[in-house]
Design a protein around this ligand. Structure first.
Ligand code: BG6
Length: 369
């Protein structure tokens, strides 16, 4: 059942090219336009929404963070991302023009379900992005966009995360198409870039041996920091979460720009710091800002583990260890950048002799509040 892998997590990491491809499959018509028939919310409503609130827990919430960057950029709709349990117990402002997007692998997470109920009671439309057919959250939502990752067994989410991000991109591009906030050819171009992602993820998997070797060598490290900007920020958060969940190592993800506002005080000689470098081909200053952040932590003695695009030479002098990922447009880059971090966590947990699939104190689906 583990397909020859040591753990379900490893198998599921390797299922990721297919999880992304299957989530994209069948969602365009003959002319290449996006068609999300399952999205049974009336088009008039989707045209009039003035705010999106993503609610989720754990890894699913980080997919929502990625969605915020993409949907705001493509659709010019404000997107908030909130942990479902926090959303439920404040007094969120919801109107019939609010679209609440509930993201969940299991479709059974009680915190998320309670938030869905609350949102609907307040008159908001709720769209579920869920992996498990027939689960409770989609049944209680106005519409559902299924991720097609297949069953995920390991407690630590991997392929469901990539499928959730993919579904969020589809939602964003669909809204952009419907609301005319992007030209048809731009949407087509992004869709084509998205179609190229499964092969790119595969090429990261093909290079996994190097990541595993580093993870084994670092198995006794007591703490790791993760830095990222823009969409690299949720990738940093997810990289840290994976290490906490399965390797029981103290790990924190930070927005790289926040470094000088606190976290840099943690940097001491030998502190391992992962940095997710954005594409140097981006038009803004993202890349150069992150290169400065790498220099800053390294100057204070950190050991830097840098995830960077192929061809990015600017990071080379400051990376103690460099993991390459294929060139990808910035907004889509989390789909490749997170993969080495998943492999790293899995290998490190294994090297420590831990049960990768069933970490202590955690459940795959938390059905109590
Ligand atoms: C946690 C799981 O309890 O629930 C995480 O350990 C998961 O892996 C989170 O990300 C949310 O679960 P779901 O099923 O709602 O995506």
């Amino acid at each position: 059942v583990k397909g020859g892998f040591d753990s379900f997590m490893d198998k599921e990491i390797h299922d990721q090219p297919k999880a992304v491809a299957d989530t994209l499959l069948g969602r365009t018509d003959a002319s290449g336009d996006l068609m999300l028939d399952e999205l049974r919310i009336p088009e008039t409503v989707l045209r009039s929404i003035d705010k999106i609130i993503v609610i989720a827990c754990g890894t699913a919430a980080y997919s929502g963070h990625v969605a915020k960057y993409a949907i705001e950029h493509w659709c010019r709709i404000p997107v908030e991302v909130e942990l479902a349990h926090e959303f439920r117990y404040r007094d969120p402002i919801l109107t019939p023009r609010t679209l609440v997007v509930a993201i969940s692998q299991s479709g059974e997470t009680m915190d998320t379900l309670m938030a869905v109920r609350h949102a609907r009671e307040q008159g908001a439309y709720v769209l579920a992005i869920v992996n498990t057919h027939g689960s409770t959250i989609p049944r209680e939502s106005d519409a559902v966009l299924y991720t097609h990752a297949g069953p995920e067994v390991a407690v630590a989410s991997t392929k469901a995360f990539l499928a959730q991000i993919t579904a969020c991109y589809l939602l964003g591009l669909y809204l952009a198409q419907l609301r005319g906030t992007k030209f048809a050819d731009e949407i087509q171009e992004t869709l084509q870039e998205l179609q190229a992602l499964p092969d790119k993820i595969q090429s990261v998997l093909d290079d996994e041996a190097a990541v595993r070797e580093v993870a084994q060598a670092m198995k006794d490290e007591p703490s790791f920091l993760f830095l990222g900007r823009h969409v690299g920020y949720p990738v940093a958060l997810e990289g840290a979460l994976k290490l906490k969940e399965i390797a029981y190592i103290h790990a924190e993800g930070f927005a790289a720009g926040e470094l000088k506002h606190g976290p840099i005080a943690l940097i001491d000689t030998g502190q391992p710091v992962f940095v997710i470098a954005p594409s140097p081909r981006g038009r803004d200053q993202l890349h150069s800002k992150v290169v400065s952040n790498i220099q800053e932590v390294r100057a204070r003695g950190a050991r830097t583990l840098v995830i960077a695009e192929e061809g990015d030479e600017a990071v080379v002098p400051y990376a103690d260890i460099l993991f390459r990922v294929p060139q990808t447009p910035t907004l889509l880059s989390p789909l490749v950048a997170v993969v080495p971090l998943q492999i790293f966590a899995s290998e490190l947990a294994k090297a420590k002799g831990l049960d990768v699939d069933q970490p202590r104190n955690l459940a795959k689906s938390v059905t109590v509040e």
